[in-house]
Structures are given as structure tokens and as C-alpha cells.
Design a protein around this ligand. Structure first.
Ligand code: ATP
Length: 749
């Protein structure tokens, strides 16, 4: 057999194994895959079928290591594991693989490893007859949820959380997610609906068709080059580039009949999906030098971050087909292109509010609040392109939080007119005005395009009705596809502009965002802005950034506030979960906002000291402030270390008094240098240390934080849950303790 058409893929679990191997072995694997693709039958590879298995083969990586491969079809191979030679042949009957009947994905499990690493090393003698953790569910129920059948007996034997966490590390993705969701108290039906259903295949699965199984999103797999390069670089920060969760993969590749929206809690990979979606769309473009895909977001820093991540994902070739711009920049460019004479100075929101105040002072008007008027002007009047008093009387004010009478509307209208005149006189303009103007210009351009198309159709498709636009080029839509990140923070005018920039067509607009994280007060109903996402909205719910413990606390603090789905309905975080484990956060009672700010600053400062400290004794703090300000001991032994989830690693971390933060921090999370903060979000420092994770001792524990703004009031939330009692571990949101926290946090907003 020659290797011309050999396909070699890598299962994500095998990639994780490779990451842990010594560097020279990784190098040998890299060479191996090249040789294998050239000719799997070359003598040096010693490819052979393993005894008792019809699909499983081994091949030589180097003298010591062997790759285990499933033969999917004649020239199609899947690396499922890379092991030391001595571990391969001893327990061949313990190597299992199958096609999961629920997801249709290929699953590989080494039962011997599970036995040795998960069940055997029980840390301490258990009390007599410990209760199995999953006794409440039958084998059938577990397999219906998608648990790998070969692991069902192992699951039945689990009696401790350590064992469960250990198993999750080795188990196929869905098995881990299902077991943790059940263990964390989710109802069976909820797990079925929120965890299993999104990755289940609708059609019956042929368990013998491995070739078809390898192509399903549930087989988290890549062709090896990219993944191995990441692995050889010694980090797994790049995993997002090659291994998508099945739910993510489906969203990336789906063919949508119109605009689509992906929601989901913080850290669920929405941006990752947006980036992969961009690549997917670009791969389907005809060859060319233009940039028919727009990737946009709401500010400059995020746009710069998107650029660097897209570069990491697809290199210059991908970047060369994508326009990356933040929406305000896009709007400004549009306005300047159409009105080159418009050189008004741009004032930011704070300056605009100051102008409102000056206007009210000059008029001796004290019945109105400057901020309220500014919001009304930007969100309702500019936001809906209201051009007359009569239209303003009819304008929708959804999300404005307070009703205004007809007489009040008349007053507001008059003030808004005066305000616009004032800005004009001063020779300044706001970003909202620019966005609104850009939306009008683009809508006009879209109407002209549609007009040309209509006339072309009437002329029997003849191409004689081209009309040059102002710049002398052919008039056409600016982009073929538009992808928007952090969609929750765009203004109505932005949406109108974007809508007009691409033809209403398949896969025209793809938006990702989470209204729980909205920081501006731009509540929109996309349907009313010409963007119909009905039937094309989906949600991601597995957090890659936050531990289960932090997530549970953060959800408690979120409380009973309601959030919109960008389209007039409610959005929830139902199903939001994590498979990462870490320390249990503590809530701290704080008197007021200044105290809270000070506490946060002290906490962050203490992290900095801890990382550089050389003093020997552990801290013995007395008050919370002292605790957070405490000088770390001199041992230099305290150093935050990225600790992987797993019982043994947790024990090792505890020896150093390090609060275990299971979540490893993705390299790219430094992008949130803007106004965002909080546990659920995960800033670099916060994520590295765990939001609120403190360096020493039980007294110093993580403090969950919340972020975003109240949907109705738009007020920023308090970072720490203050005036709140700690929520007892396992307390339900409905319990008195849980409600206490919720009320307190919501009330503080
Ligand atoms: N499939 C994946 N494999 C590995 N890591 C992933 C995957 N998907 C997401 N991540 C990691 O999770 C982190 C969060 O991803 P991302 O920024 O896309 O989340 P998000 O939902 O957009 O977050 P936010 O709501 O805060 O904007 C990233 O650092 C990324 O590396």
C-alpha cells in the first residue's frame, strides 16, 4: 500500500495524552505521523492488528512508544492512544472502543487505566459500605444519557468525588458531562434535555460504521498536523483551534437559511465558535482577493483580540479574506466615505452627558436627569431613527425601565431637539449619531441595490442596469457574510447598519453574545430591526473557563433578574455547566461599594505579593482586610500554579496551601482589558487565581463576583456579593440562604 491517500486523524483524548509525554517522544510522534501517512506498511512502523481486536492496531513510534490506531476504512486511520510499549500488550482485553448509540461518535476507553488510576488509589480507607454515587440511576438510564457502555460498571462502583473527578479525566466527553451534571444534582430529564440532546444524532446509529462515526461532530477529532504542532509546542492553550466540542462544531458548520444567533454563558466558547465560523465561511468562498466576510464587535480592544486569534487560527491567508473592524469604526468609515466634509469632533458618552447637564442648567430645567435623557435620545430617538415628534409618541420604549406620559414625551422631544442643535453649534457629534447616520446611509444604499435588482429582474435578468455608486464602483452589498462577537452590546443603529451591509440571504449574519454580560444599555429586539433569528437561535452551555464551584456560586448571585434574548423573549442560563473542579468559593459581607472596591484592590495586590514573596511563614490574617492584605510567607513556596483537575493534583496542591483552581487559563483571555470584570467572566488574573481565590488558608477563600448590568436598569452590578450570607455548599437557589444572597446582590445593583 502506498500512502498517497492515507488519512490519519487524532482523537482529542489521544492528543491530551501526547501533551503529557516527554518532548523527545512528541518529536517522534510527529515523525511517525508523517511516515505513516506516506506508507503505513513500511517495515519500520511495524503496523499490526492487536490480538482479539478487529479494528485496533499498534504501530511503532520509537523504541519505547506505540501508537494505537483504529482502522476506520482501508486507508483511513484514527490514533486513539499513544502508550509505552510495556503498557500496550499486557491487557489487550481491557482496551475498548465503540460507536456511541446516542451521539454516533467513536469512543475509546482503556479500562485498565481507569481501574488503576480511578478506582484503585482510594486515598483513605472509606467508612464501611460507602454509598455508590450513581445508585439512583439504572444502567439503561445511564446509557440513554450517553454514558459509554464500557464505563457503566465502573460508574456503578464510584463512591467518592475524587474517583468521579478521576474518571471524568479519562472518560469520553459526554460521559464526563453527564456524570458531573447528575452528581451536581441536576434532574435526569434536565440532563437528558440540556446535556445529551444537543449532541444526540436524530437518526439511528450504525454501530459498525466507524467511517461515518468519525465524521460526526461527536467524534472530537482532527487530522493530525495542526493538533500535533500544538502538542509539540508543549501547551494545550491552542486546543480550541483544533478540537471543538460537538455542540460548537455543529454551530460552526450549519447551513442557516438566514441570520443566526448563538448565546450561552461566559466562557462557553462563543467567540471560538465565531472565529471557526469565519474560517468555515471563508473556506467556502470562491478564490479571490476581496474581503467578503466582516468580523465585528463593539470595541477596539476586542476587535484587536479577534484579529490576533483569527491569525492564530488560520494565518494570513484567512485574514486576507476578512475585514475586522469594530462597529463604531465601521460606522465612522461609512459616514466619512459618504460625507468627506464631515469633520466634526467626536465626543464620548461621558462628555455627551455633561453637555446634557449644561443644557438643563442653562434652561433651568431640574425635572429631568441628564443620563436618563441621554439614554432616551440614544436608545429610542436615535436608536429607532425617530425623526418627528409624532413618531416619537409612537416609538417603542422596551427595556427603558420607566414609562413616560404623552406630555413627558413632548417635553423630551423638545429637549432632544435642542440638544442636537447644541452639539451642532459646538461642532461635535456622538458615536450614537455617527452610528445612526451610517445606518441611514447604508439603508439607502441597500434600497438602491434592491431597486437595481428589481429592475434587472424586470428586464429579464439583463445586466444593463448597473448603476455606479458615489465612489464610482459598482453598487453592491459590502459583505457576503457578517459575524458579530459580543452582540449584546451593539446599539440598534449598529444592527440597522449591519443588516443593510449584507444581502438578506443564507448565512448572512451570525451573531454570538450573552445578554447576561451586557455592559451598555442597548436592549434591542432584532426582529424589529430587520434581523429575523427566529428558529435559528442556539445556546452553548459548557464553560471552558469557570469551575463548577465558582459557576454555582455565581449563578446564585445572579438571582431572579430576567434577561432578554436580543429578540424580545427571555434568556436563561439553564444547562450552564462546567467539567472543571476547584475550591469552593466563599462570600464575604461588605458594607458598601467603596469597601468592595477596596477589597478587590487589596485582593489583587495580595496575589501580586504572593507570587513574588520570599518570606517563610504562612499568613495569619485576622480581619478580611488584613487577610487580603496579608503579606505572604517567605517560603516562595506559594506561587499560583495552574493545577489540572484531578484528585491527585488536588492533593498535591493542598500540600502547598494553594486553593485548587481546576480551570487552566487559556492564553488568550487577556483580551478582557475593558470594563468587564467578574468570576463568571474570568480575567487573566481572576482566572489564573480564581476570582477571589486567596493565597492562604481556609479563611481566605474565593469570593464570587458578578458582572454585567441589570437588564432593566442598566446599572452596573456590584462585583462582590455584599451584605450576603455565605451560601452553604449545596444550597439550592430556592433555599432561604440562596435567596438571601440573591436579594442582596440584586438590591445592590
Ligand atoms: N473547544 C474548545 N477547546 C478548548 N478550549 C476552548 C474550547 N472552546 C473554548 N475554549 C476556551 O474557553 C475560553 C473561553 O472561550 P471564549 O472566549 O470563546 O468564550 P465566550 O463564550 O466567548 O466567553 P465570553 O462570554 O466571556 O465572551 C477560551 O480561552 C478558549 O480557549
Amino acid at each position: 500500500m502506498t500512502g498517497k491517500n492515507v488519512t490519519l486523524r487524532l482523537l482529542d483524548k489521544a492528543d491530551r495524552e501526547i501533551l503529557k509525554l516527554p518532548r523527545p517522544v512528541k518529536g517522534a510522534i510527529y515523525d511517525f505521523q508523517h511516515k505513516f501517512k506516506t506508507n503505513p506498511d513500511s517495515a519500520g512502523l511495524r503496523l499490526k492488528q492487536l490480538q482479539g481486536h478487529d479494528k485496533l492496531h499498534s504501530a511503532r513510534v520509537n523504541d519505547e512508544y506505540r501508537a494505537l490506531l483504529l482502522r476506520l476504512a482501508d486507508d483511513d486511520w484514527l490514533i486513539v492512544s499513544v502508550k509505552h510499549r510495556k503498557d500496550v500488550y499486557a491487557h489487550l482485553d481491557r482496551l475498548t472502543y465503540s460507536v456511541n448509540r446516542v451521539t454516533g461518535g467513536i469512543e475509546y476507553v482503556d479500562l485498565q487505566v481507569v481501574q488503576e488510576e480511578v478506582l484503585a488509589p482510594s486515598p483513605a480507607p472509606e467508612p464501611a459500605a460507602p454509598q455508590p454515587l450513581f445508585a439512583a440511576w439504572s444502567e439503561q438510564q445511564l446509557t440513554d444519557l450517553g454514558v459509554a457502555p464500557s464505563l457503566v460498571p465502573v460508574v456503578a462502583a464510584l463512591t467518592t468525588e475524587d474517583q468521579l473527578l478521576g474518571l471524568v479525566e479519562y472518560a469520553p466527553q459526554l460521559t464526563g458531562e453527564v456524570l458531573l451534571a447528575l452528581y451536581d444534582g441536576k434532574a435526569y430529564d434536565d440532563v437528558l434535555e440540556q446535556v445529551t440532546a444537543p449532541v444526540a444524532v436524530p437518526d439511528p446509529v450504525d454501530p459498525e460504521d466507524y467511517r461515518a462515526a468519525a465524521d460526526r461532530p461527536a467524534t472530537i477529532v482532527t487530522t493530525t498536523d495542526d493538533a500535533l504542532r500544538e502538542a509539540l509546542e508543549g501547551e494545550d492553550f491552542g486546543r480550541w483551534k483544533v478540537f471543538l466540542h460537538p455542540t460548537q462544531a455543529k454551530l460552526v458548520t450549519r447551513d442557516y437559511s438566514g441570520p443566526a444567533r448563538v448565546g450561552g454563558g461566559p466562557g462557553t466558547g462563543k467567540t471560538i465558535v465565531a472565529l471557526h465560523r469565519v474560517r468555515h465561511l471563508v473556506e467556502r468562498l470562491p478564490a479571490g482577493r476581496t474581503k467578503p466576510v466582516l468580523l465585528t464587535t463593539y470595541n477596539k480592544n476586542l476587535a484587536a483580540d479577534l484579529r490576533s486569534r483569527l491569525l492564530a487560527l488560520g494565518g494570513e491567508a484567512l485574514l486576507s479574506r476578512v475585514e475586522i473592524s469594530h462597529v463604531d469604526q465601521l460606522a465612522l468609515r461609512t459616514v466619512r466615505e459618504a460625507e468627506p466634509g464631515n469633520r466634526k469632533r467626536i465626543v464620548d458618552e461621558a462628555q455627551a452627558v455633561r453637555e446634557w447637564r449644561s443644557l438643563l442648567d442653562e434652561l433651568g430645567e431640574d425635572g429631568w436627569d441628564a443620563e436618563f435623557l441621554h439614554d432616551e435620545w440614544t436608545q429610542v430617538i436615535l436608536g429607532q431613527a425617530v425623526t418627528s415628534r409624532t413618531d416619537y409618541f409612537r416609538a417603542r420604549r422596551a427595556g427603558r425601565g420607566r414609562t413616560v406620559s404623552r406630555a413627558e414625551r413632548a417635553e423630551i422631544w423638545q429637549l432632544a431637539e435642542r440638544f442636537a442643535q447644541r452639539l451642532d453649534r459646538l461642532g461635535v457629534q456622538t458615536w450614537d449619531q455617527i452610528a445612526e447616520r451610517a445606518a441611514q446611509l447604508e439603508a439607502g444604499r441597500a434600497r438602491r441595490i434592491q431597486d437595481i435588482e428589481r429592475r434587472r429582474e424586470e428586464a429579464g435578468g439583463l445586466d444593463n442596469v448597473h448603476v455606479a455608486d458615489g465612489s464610482g464602483g459598482w453598487l453592491r452589498y459590502r459583505y457576503r457574510h457578517i459575524v458579530v462577537d459580543e452582540a449584546q452590546d451593539l446599539r440598534p443603529a449598529h444592527w440597522k447598519m449591519l443588516r443593510a451591509m449584507t444581502a438578506p440571504d443564507r448565512n448572512d449574519l451570525f451573531l454570538v453574545g450573552d445578554t447576561h454580560q451586557r455592559i451598555y444599555k442597548n436592549q434591542v429586539t432584532l426582529g424589529s430591526l430587520g434581523i429575523n433569528i427566529r428558529g435559528r437561535a442556539s445556546k452553548l452551555s459548557l464553560s471552558y473557563r469557570t469551575t463548577r464551584q465558582i459557576l454555582r456560586s455565581a449563578l446564585n448571585v445572579l438571582g431572579e433578574e430576567t434577561y432578554d434574548d436580543l429578540d424580545g423573549s427571555a434568556e436563561t442560563l439553564a444547562g450552564y455547566r462546567s467539567v472543571l473542579s476547584g475550591a469552593v468559593p466563599n462570600l464575604h459581607r461588605l458594607a458598601d461599594w467603596p469597601d468592595e472596591r477596596e477589597a478587590i484592590a487589596a485582593l489583587i495586590e495580595s496575589w501580586g505579593r504572593c507570587r513574588t514573596s520570599r518570606s517563610p511563614s504562612p499568613c495569619r490574617p485576622t480581619t478580611w482586610r488584613a487577610r487580603w492584605r496579608t503579606r505572604c510567607g517567605s517560603t516562595a513556596s506559594w506561587r499560583w500554579r495552574s493545577v489540572r483537575t484531578g484528585p491527585r493534583r488536588q492533593r498535591r496542591a493542598h500540600r502547598h496551601d494553594v486553593p485548587v483552581q481546576g480551570a487552566r487559563v487559556p492564553a488568550h483571555d487577556h483580551r478582557r482589558g475593558d470594563r468587564r470584570a467578574g468570576a463568571a467572566r474570568g480575567r487573566p488574573a481572576a482566572a489564573r487565581h480564581g476570582p477571589g481565590a486567596l493565597p492562604h488558608g481556609d479563611a481566605a477563600r474565593p469570593v464570587p463576583a458578578v458582572r454585567g448590568g441589570h437588564a432593566r436598569t442598566g446599572q452596573p452590578r456590584r462585583l462582590l456579593a455584599r451584605g450576603a450570607e455565605p451560601v452553604p455548599e449545596g444550597a439550592d437557589r430556592g433555599t432561604a440562604a440562596g435567596r438571601g444572597v440573591i436579594r442582596s446582590a440584586a438590591g445592590s445593583g
